[in-house]
Ligand binder design. Structure first.
Ligand SMILES: Cc1cc2nc3c(=O)[nH]c(=O)nc-3n(C[C@H](O)[C@H](O)[C@H](O)COP(=O)(O)OP(=O)(O)OC[C@H]3O[C@@H](n4cnc5c(N)ncnc54)[C@H](O)[C@@H]3O)c2cc1C
Length: 461
């Protein structure tokens, strides 16, 4: 009898684990069954804003592999519309409900991957369940929003929350000709940036014609005949034909928690470097699993597709009998709203303080191409650097085309615990269409290095 691997959750993390395990063990050795409660497997939730905005016209373009393809090409039994409601670790069984026939049964496993993702936070505001109010996590959410925009032709939207999903959805709605207002209880949008950088994002968003209301708490959603008609805040009422919630997500841990699997300090399922949970033969990956932050040395919940794919791969290799580990993350993320690119990696000032570092910060301005080159664009780079040692702790970038991906150089430097002194002479590429002769990364490192130098305490001996 082959071993039986059961996967809960049929997207990035779950299906990466399934395909990697299959590469190492064929069906005679390992039977693989994946349960997905929605109608799609292996889809790109990251593409949802671009589907809503019609940059991506066909939904199929966002689906990497269908259940049929998994069955035919990978010998993986991917069952959509199947919800897993319980894990029994002693009996080595999960309880599964077939949502189409409403029948429930037990399914045995030898190995189990919990890849249940995350759920958008939906506060208990009056009117939150009105038609036209959307949270976003899975592809069905994207389909529902696009249908609403196509069919109802909203003229005014309120986006609640100015995180990266909020700003990407604001862009999508603007592209579709909708007037957008954005409300956030924080002092700035993009709370993953420092306040000074977030303030620039707010200013740029206003220049795009978005009404931005900060430090305003939403109190409820007004409705008329069951449809959202306005968002009420403590200060005002904003008319809305569509309301999009982008106030964050929480890891889907209930299944694991109820089974007695350990939950980490961040609220995600605790895993070791090989993506093993506290329970024997149970693995977890993706948005539901806790990540280890390589700079703060703490458990964190960072729900990103880039981590979900890598963690799923690692879990699958280990289940398949190989050896692989996932060392952790440095908190790299990027996003855009219209022409404005935003990126960050490592720790912000407040995160560095919380992690116990003493540091200096510096913000520098440069351009994405040689100053004389047509279409050169401004780029602002902020660095957080440890006092005395000069170790890079974090970087934030705001700019236009060609700006955001420069964050990857800083991410690589963080990964390798580099100091800004070590970054000064990095052999980064230069040609006028791509960079000034001193790349913005090198300019930022050089400016921060001067500041660090002032903090170096020379031993009087
Ligand atoms: C609008 C948007 C834009 C994004 N943009 C980016 C980006 O640019 N870059 C980036 O890195 N990340 C981005 N992300 C995040 C990225 O999509 C997620 O991190 C990624 O999808 C996580 O993969 P996952 O497999 O862990 O979870 P999910 O993709 O959430 O998949 C989990 C699956 O499990 C299923 N499930 C849950 N519970 C059960 C159960 N009990 N039984 C059966 N099935 C269950 C769910 O239906 C779901 O399909 C974006 C997300 C959104 C919503």
């Amino acid at each position: 009898m082959p071993d039986r691997l059961v996967i809960v959750g049929g997207d990035a993390a779950g299906m990466s684990a399934a395909t990697q395990a299959r590469r190492r063990r064929d069906a005679s050795e390992l039977e693989i069954v994946a349960f997905e409660r929605g109608p799609y497997t292996s889809y790109s939730a990251c593409g949802i804003p671009y589907y809503v905005g019609d940059t991506v016209e066909e939904l199929e373009a966002l689906i990497v592999r269908s259940p049929e393809a998994f069955r035919e090409e990978n010998d993986i039994d991917a069952r959509i519309h199947h919800h897993v409601s319980a894990i029994d670790l002693d009996a080595r069984k999960v309880t599964v409900c077939d949502l189409e026939s409403s029948t429930e049964r037990s399914e045995a496993f030898d190995q189990l991957v919990v890849a249940t993702g995350a759920t958008p936070i939906k506060p208990e505001w009056p009117g939150i369940d009105a038609d036209g109010v959307f949270g976003i996590q899975v592809l069905e959410d994207g389909v529902a929003i696009r249908r609403w925009v196509d069919d109802e032709k909203p003229s005014r939207a309120v986006v609640v929350g100015g995180g990266y999903i909020g700003i990407e959805m604001a862009e999508a709605l603007i592209v579709r000709g909708v007037q957008v207002a954005l409300v956030d209880a924080a002092r700035q949008p993009m709370a993953t940036l420092d306040e000074d950088m977030g303030a620039i994002v707010a200013e740029r968003m206003r220049e795009l014609g978005i009404e931005v209301f900060l430090e305003e708490k939403v109190t409820g959603i007004d409705q008329s005949n069951g449809r959202a008609s306005a968002v009420a805040t403590e200060q005002r009422t904003l008319p809305a034909d569509i309301v999009v919630l982008g106030i964050g997500v929480r890891p889907n841990i209930e299944l694991a928690q109820e089974a007695g699997i350990e939950i980490g300090e961040s609220g995600g399922i605790k895993v070791n470097r090989r993506m093993r949970t506290s329970a024997d033969g149970v693995w977890s990956a993706g948005d539901c699993a806790e990540k280890f932050h390589l700079v703060s040395r703490r458990g964190v919940a960072i729900p990103l597709g880039t981590h979900a794919n890598k963690e799923g791969r690692v879990a699958g290799i280990n289940i398949g009998g190989g050896y692989e580990s996932f060392p952790g993350v440095v908190g790299t993320a990027t996003s855009k709203i219209c022409d404005i690119e935003v990126a960050r990696t490592g720790l912000t000032e407040s995160e560095a303080t919380e992690a116990g570092f003493e540091f200096v910060t510096d913000t520098s301005d440069s351009t994405t191409r040689a100053g004389y080159f047509p279409d050169t664009r401004p780029i602002k780079t902020k660095l957080v650097v440890e006092k005395q040692s000069g170790r890079l702790l974090g970087a934030q970038i705001i700019g236009e085309e060609g700006a955001a991906k420069r964050i990857d150089v800083f991410a690589t430097a963080l990964w390798n615990r580099m100091t800004v002194a070590e970054m000064l002479n990095l052999d980064l590429s230069y040609a006028p269409p791509f960079a000034p002769v001193w790349d913005p990364v090198l300019i930022a490192a050089r400016k921060a290095w001067r500041l660090v130098d002032e903090t170096v305490q020379v031993d009087p001996e």
